[in-house]
Design a binder for this molecule. Structure first.
Ligand SMILES: C[C@H](OP(=O)(O)OC[C@@H](O)[C@@H](O)[C@@H](O)Cn1c2nc(=O)[nH]c(=O)c-2cc2ccc(O)cc21)C(=O)N[C@@H](CCC(=O)N[C@@H](CCC(=O)O)C(=O)O)C(=O)O
Length: 145
């Protein structure tokens, strides 16, 4: 593993910032759930600041690979972390006490359909988010580095 280096810059979304900080400061033993479903913490490099951004996301996992879903509750615009990944696909993901380095790759077509199914299984709300917006909600697959 080659951990990302840089200064942490807290999110401006209070709820998500709090969840990311409780999660990480507890070594992945607290703040690991939302609506009864498991949460992971994604660390991206800020596309402009170069600082480390930590984002709580629903956990979507299959055979050791993960997917992260840029749903933002079905908002019309992508979350900012989406653009951070495009600029720097090397990310970190913490799942409970486990934290590793991954290369994030946006998926499309059949591969996206398969991962979207896994995402909705992990967190059914994703289906409703996609129905409420004509923005196509992006999915990245994270492959272990
Ligand atoms: C609020 C904003 O965050 P965001 O990157 O848009 O991400 C929005 C949300 O996706 C984020 O809050 C998620 O944690 C919300 N969220 C989920 N969001 C999802 O999209 N999908 C999920 O599955 C999900 C699950 C989830 C579970 C628990 C929880 O607490 C939150 C959850 C933010 O932090 N903005 C910063 C900037 C962040 C940033 O990366 N800046 C870049 C520059 C950006 C630019 O170019 O201006 C930089 O540092 O260089 C700011 O306003 O200063």
């Amino acid at each position: 593993d080659m951990p990302l280096t840089g200064e942490y810059a807290p999110s401006t979304s209070d709820f998500a910032r709090n969840q990311a900080e409780v999660y990480e400061q507890s070594g992945g033993t607290e703040g690991t759930m939302l609506h009864g479903r498991p949460v992971v913490i994604l660390t991206t490099v800020g596309a402009r600041s170069g600082k480390l951004r930590k984002t709580a996301l629903m956990r979507v996992e299959h055979d050791g690979d993960y997917a992260v879903v840029a749903s933002l509750g079905g908002a019309p615009k992508h979350p900012v972390w989406y653009f951070n990944i495009l600029a720097q696909p090397h990310v970190e993901l913490q799942d409970g006490p486990q934290k590793h380095d991954y290369l994030a790759r946006e998926v499309t077509g059949e591969e996206k359909r398969v991962w979207w199914e896994r995402a909705v299984e992990a967190f059914p709300n994703y289906a409703g988010y996609q129905e409420k917006t004509d923005r196509e909600i992006p999915v990245f697959v994270l492959e272990r580095m």
